[in-house]
Design a binder for this molecule. Structure first.
Ligand SMILES: [Zn+2]
Length: 314
């Protein structure tokens, strides 16, 4: 493939430079190398080309698809889901909530118990069946969320995509359909994603645990996401880097990345790496909280018309 054919998945620019040569260091499913480019226009980091066998890199053992974990892990996961719900409740307290990529359906379950009318759009068949048959919640099975959202025009009070957009090939299609699916004027889209401006990425490069090659196709800086959403009439009304999930990802951004680095370079026994990783995470926690250094963000968007209506109502 010639370099001129490489196009940024976020802004369509063909002006980019190669920034990372990565491998699947998180799950080591193959020894294949993957090229990541940095867009010179919007600074998004994107994988190109997308491997034809992308499905192989998910598989049954993909951690997010686990429907059952140990009691202590389930307790932690459910805590995080309740924290996500707090972010939703700040903006919309009831109504139709659609989650793109609910995986094992924990958040859907928490949101349903809180009174939201929930629907999931999930690509994994095992998770889809679990949500439908075990959790007994509304769910559609599809790997094309843009197409599913296109069927929901002006009907969603909340659309959430927790750490999903980095996996999408049709990113712009997703944003376009999501913007139309929002109930006007007050519906909200809440998106969380890994932050390509993170300090831990700058230090660990291809070993950064949240790069997660080749599953993460695009890492979008917040300002580029703002620009993409603005093109569909959406404006950011909130953003956090230090919510419970963000803080956890800051920690794993250091611990997991150091473990990846140590494994790649074969420099340190596992126990010592784990100890050093914990110390590093504690030391860097202060810097993670400085302007957009954190490993992930959660941003909320509304239609611009809602802000105009809101002002008039005041
Ligand atoms: Zn771009």
């Amino acid at each position: 493939m010639s370099k001129s054919a490489i196009t940024c998945r976020v802004c369509s620019s063909q002006n980019q430079h190669e920034c990372l040569l990565a491998k699947d260091v998180n799950q080591a499913k193959s020894d294949t190398s993957f090229f990541y480019y940095c867009c010179n226009d919007c600074r998004s980091v994107f994988l190109d080309p997308v491997p034809d066998n992308l499905g192989f890199y998910y598989g049954q053992d993909y951690p997010a698809y686990a429907v059952k974990n140990s009691k202590s892990v389930e307790k932690k996961l459910n805590f995080l889901e309740r924290e996500k719900l707090k972010i939703v409740k700040r903006h919309v307290s009831s109504g139709r909530l659609v989650e793109v990529g609910p995986a094992a359906g924990r958040f859907l379950s928490v949101a349903s118990r809180a009174g939201y009318d929930v629907l999931g759009i999930e690509q994994d068949v095992g998770c889809f069946e679990h949500i439908k048959n075990v959790l007994c919640l509304g769910v559609k099975q599809s790997d094309k969320p843009a197409d599913e959202l296109a069927l929901l025009t002006d009907s969603c009070d909340v659309i959430v995509a927790w750490h999903v957009i980095e996996h999408l090939q049709d990113l712009r299609g997703f944003v376009s359909s999501a913007a139309k699916a929002l109930r006007q004027p007050y519906g909200v889209i809440i998106i969380s994603a890994p932050n390509p401006e993170a300090l831990s990425l700058k230090l660990f490069g291809y070993c950064w645990v949240h790069l997660d090659a080749p599953r993460h196709l695009t890492l979008i800086p917040l300002f580029a996401l703002d620009r993409l959403m603005a093109a569909h009439g959406l404006e950011r009304v909130g953003c956090v880097f230090d919510d419970a999930v963000g803080l956890l990802l800051n920690k794993t951004g250091w611990q997991g990345s150091l473990a990846n680095f140590s494994r790649q370079k074969k420099i340190c026994p596992r126990l010592l790496t784990r100890l050093l990783g914990r110390m590093l995470a504690i030391l860097m926690a202060f810097f993670d909280r400085i302007h957009r250094n954190g490993a992930a963000y959660t941003a909320t968007y509304k239609h611009r018309t809602s802000l105009i209506v809101g002002k008039k109502e005041k």
